[in-house]
Design a protein around this ligand. Sequence first.
Ligand SMILES: Nc1ncnc2c1ncn2[C@@H]1O[C@H](COP(=O)(O)OP(=O)(O)O)[C@@H](O)[C@H]1O
Ligand SMILES: [Mg+2]
Length: 278
Amino acid sequence: MSNVIAVVNHKGGTGKTTTAINLAAGLTRYSDVTSSCLLIDMDPNGSATSSLLGKMDGEPPARSIFDVLRRAITPQDGISSTIYDENIDILPATPTLESMAKTQINDRLAKVISALSTSYGWIIIDTPPNLGVLTQNALVAADYALIPTQCSGLAIPPIRQIKDLIEKIQVRQNIWLQLMGVLITQKDGRTPLQKPVRRELGQVFPAADIFKTVITNNIKIEEAPANSQSIYAYDSGCLGASLYRDWIKKEFLKKHQRLEKKKVERQEAVEASKESAE
Ligand SMILES: Nc1ncnc2c1ncn2[C@@H]1O[C@H](COP(=O)(O)OP(=O)(O)O)[C@@H](O)[C@H]1O
Ligand SMILES: [Mg+2]
């Protein structure tokens, strides 16, 4: 079964796509879970799609997640291999995906993913900069929510809204959704992290849910996707590569293990209470 991670933040430019694609590449390199990975691009802007398919000219892919969600093709038929990484496939986005945002269907993606979940060790969902239907579909389908955020004070109010949405979905539609954590990105390397930002973030989420690794601004991180490469393939020795690598190896994978254990314990408790009710 796949581990499904939705990368969410309705503020634009917080590093969602950058984190989603470098996380995907990092997991195929550094995780013990089956190395194959599927990236699902739920952002009609398709920036992850452009990077992974190498189509910077804006030509939309022939088959996309939109066709899959409207059931014109099967999930398997929507998938493309990527020039980005031989172990990473993509369900690409097209601008037409935007029309899906007007529907009320929040569990379509979950159904698509359950049809694919034996084929990939990891499924990473990139989401658009809003908390509408497309992002909700991602959270309903996911095991984990990952929130990249910039470290300015302006970043805090949106974080509260995401937390509220996650809690609503945990109650109503996806009891297994867990918060993977908040990742601070794009910090100016020359100035120390604004203490109030961590403190304010800490008022929304417990410290254990805020990753200690902070991804600083690094020009290589910005350049790599335009070359259809992960930060590790583009320049494995640069600061950006070592920050993302350290975060994945030292924090993300360990947190994932802890949360998986918690999930199994909860599943056992649910089973036990079902049995005792019978
Ligand atoms: N750590 C970083 N260093 C330098 N540029 C970054 C970094 N993280 C993201 N960027 C750049 O910032 C912009 C917004 O990032 P992106 O990942 O597209 O955000 P989102 O998907 O949340 O809108 C992109 O141009 C990206 O290349
Ligand atoms: Mg994006």
